[in-house]
Design a protein around this ligand. Structure first.
Ligand code: ADP
Ligand code: MG
Ligand code: MG
Length: 249
């Protein structure tokens, strides 16, 4: 589904990703861990096409399509979803308007009819309930004044409605209390399916007790330097990252 080969990317003229390789198949959950400043958020941002993040070499394909040939909104319509480490507030645009506009844009891209408002409202209410958010969050400005936990729940709700095939979650557990963490993990687990994949960036092994990954990778200094199963996360939690740097050196 996602195939990244020797990806090199820069931010503000500085090379951050230095030859990154990653293969993600449908149905798989990959966790990416690694020290601060390693390039984890840069990876998500360059894949999603965020401004300032420039692909300079290497390739990345989504179901065989060259990601860097697509505009950011086309990447989204092709099924890529990035849940930001710091979700953006969009005051003045309600969550409902935002979700409907996003769904309509995706339908239009695929030359499918828009969902009618009644069915949409029903789905939106169900999604709210699934992530334990009150219905009035649908009417509020996107993330406007939401707490950290509410923003993360809101992102899971967006995923439930937009049904992306590749979900990239950037430190979706940061700043969450245990209850919110469990709600987010439950949402992700409900969305796991044979044709959907997740790339979960996290600092803490704790999240991976709830979202059990198939693979764990360590991203250090712009590259994946080690890959393993879920036991690698436990080892990292115990030993930190410095032993890996020595091993790599
Ligand atoms: P991580 O998510 O692994 O902690 P990041 O990808 O956020 O790391 O950052 C990697 C490096 O890129 C850091 O040195 C960071 O300062 C730099 N960087 C990331 N985004 C920007 C930006 N928008 N402008 C300038 N530098 C950036
Ligand atoms: Mg960081
Ligand atoms: Mg980050």
């Amino acid at each position: 589904m996602l195939s990244i080969n020797n990806l090199i990317a820069e931010v503000e003229g500085k090379t951050i990703l230095k030859g990154l390789n990653l293969e993600v198949k449908p149905g798989e959950v990959h966790a990416i861990m690694g020290p601060n400043g390693a390039g984890k958020s840069t990876l998500g941002n360059v894949l999603a096409g965020r401004e300032q993040y420039k692909h300079t070499d290497g390739t990345a394909t989504l179901d065989g399509k060259d990601i860097f040939e697509l505009e950011p909104e086309e990447r989204a319509a092709e099924g890529m979803f990035l849940a930001f480490q710091y979700p953006v507030e969009i005051p003045g645009v309600s969550n409902l308007e935002f979700l409907k506009a996003s769904m309509d844009a995706i339908a239009k891209y695929h030359k499918e009819p828009e969902m009618d408002s009644v069915s949409f409202m029903k789905l939106a209410r169900e999604a709210c309930k699934a992530v334990d958010l009150d219905q009035n969050f649908l009417k509020r400005g996107v993330n406007e004044g939401f707490s950290g936990g509410e923003k993360k729940r809101n992102e899971i709700m967006q995923m439930m409605l937009l049904k992306p095939k590749l979900c990239i979650l950037d430190e979706t557990d940061s700043g969450l209390d245990i209850d919110a963490l469990q709600v987010v993990a439950k949402g992700v687990n409900e969305l796991r399916s044979r044709d959907r994949a997740f790339v979960v960036v996290t600092h803490y092994q704790r999240l991976l007790d709830y979202i059990i990954p198939d693979y764990v990778h360590v991203l250090a200094d712009g590259k994946i330097v080690k890959s393993g199963g879920k036991e690698l996360a436990v080892e990292l939690e115990k030993k930190g990252y410095s032993w890996l740097e020595q091993e790599v050196a």
